[in-house]
Design a binder for this molecule. Structure first.
Ligand SMILES: NC(=O)c1ccc[n+]([C@@H]2O[C@H](COP(=O)([O-])OP(=O)(O)OC[C@H]3O[C@@H](n4cnc5c(N)ncnc54)[C@H](OP(=O)(O)O)[C@@H]3O)[C@@H](O)[C@H]2O)c1
Length: 276
């Protein structure tokens, strides 16, 4: 494995934290370098037995000798958790990686006492099946070595894209953060239409899923522009052309722009609400 084994503590041991540390363990990261915290001793005990990592309900003790701290609690309780960690964080200054949706790195920095090295990550739900797409932003205080560590760490649950301005994480939210739901909505609408056209539901579901997978594979393997890939399926006066023209006549492109803009605007609003 290439990831340097640093002592790493996860504050919060829920879905996102366990996706990340399970990815690390699968890549050979030493279990005894990982600590996870949560309020429920019973849930932690199960993790300790299953994975061999350290666990504790004491957040402050858990970060005392950590080189890296992953903040993986719900955004609503992050301010209280940071207040608890602040004194220790100012003493030891680990690298903080936050996966909390909507909380600005500068807000976390204030809550953690200032001058902290913080990476903010915007992951998505497919990270739970190791096919995630995460946007990452680093404060200038993060060293190139810490950035490289974060990159490798989060590559364990999917792909990562660094952005140079934090505001672009709101756009990441509109693309990959919320994006899985757009695809599920298309699948759902295709399924309803297929059933309406007489196809049994189970067969429709299998055909839709394989078509989605096949389209992604073709785009990845050819590297062709999406526009070109679409044109390749559209023979003149053919069936696909008729379908695509129907979508276009109904203004689907403008609708997508409107929906993704609304999503990014909401991300901005939520960051403002949560940063208070
Ligand atoms: N799930 C996703 O796909 C996804 C996608 C993008 C971003 N995120 C972000 O990831 C973060 C975690 O989300 P999640 O889905 O993993 O939530 P989750 O499954 O509810 O995990 C939260 C964890 O934090 C623990 N916790 C609660 N209070 C705590 C405290 N005071 N100190 C330490 N741990 C505490 C919880 O323990 P108990 O269960 O015992 O309360 C639980 O283990 C959120 O900020 C979210 O915005 C998640």
């Amino acid at each position: 494995m290439t990831l340097a084994a640093k002592k790493i503590t996860f504050i919060g041991a829920g879905n996102m934290a366990s996706a990340i540390f399970k990815g690390m363990l699968a890549n050979g990261y030493p279990a005894d370098h990982i600590t996870a915290t949560a309020p429920d001793e019973k849930a932690l005990l199960a993790l300790r037995h299953e994975l061999g990592i350290h666990t504790t309900t004491d957040n402050v003790a858990a970060i005392a000798d950590a080189e890296v701290v992953v903040l993986a609690v719900k955004p609503q309780i992050m301010k209280a958790v940071c207040a608890e960690l602040r004194e220790q964080a100012v003493k030891t200054r680990p690298l903080f990686i936050s996966v909390a949706a909507g909380l600005h790195a500068s807000t976390l920095n204030d809550w953690l006492g200032g001058e902290q090295a913080i990476v903010r990550c915007m992951p998505n739900t497919p990270s739970l099946v190791k096919t995630g797409a995460s946007g990452l932003f680093a404060l200038p205080s993060v060293s190139p070595e810490q950035q490289s560590f974060t990159d490798q760490l989060l590559s364990g649950i999917g792909i990562v894209e660094w952005v140079v301005e934090e505001s672009l994480l709101d756009v990441v939210t509109a693309i990959s953060g919320s994006g899985p739901a757009y695809f599920f909505m298309v699948f759902e609408m295709m399924e309803k239409a297929a059933i309406e056209l007489g196809m049994p539901a189970e067969a429709a579901r299998r055909l839709i899923l394989q078509t989605g997978l096949g389209a992604v594979r073709m785009a990845q393997e050819t590297g062709d522009e999406f526009e070109q890939l679409k044109r390749n399926v559209m023979s003149p006066k053919g069936t696909t052309e008729r379908a695509i023209h129907t979508f276009e006549e109904e203004g689907i492109e403008a609708l997508f722009l409107k929906a993704m803009k609304a999503c990014a605007d909401r991300a901005v609003e939520m960051s403002q609400e949560m940063g208070k």
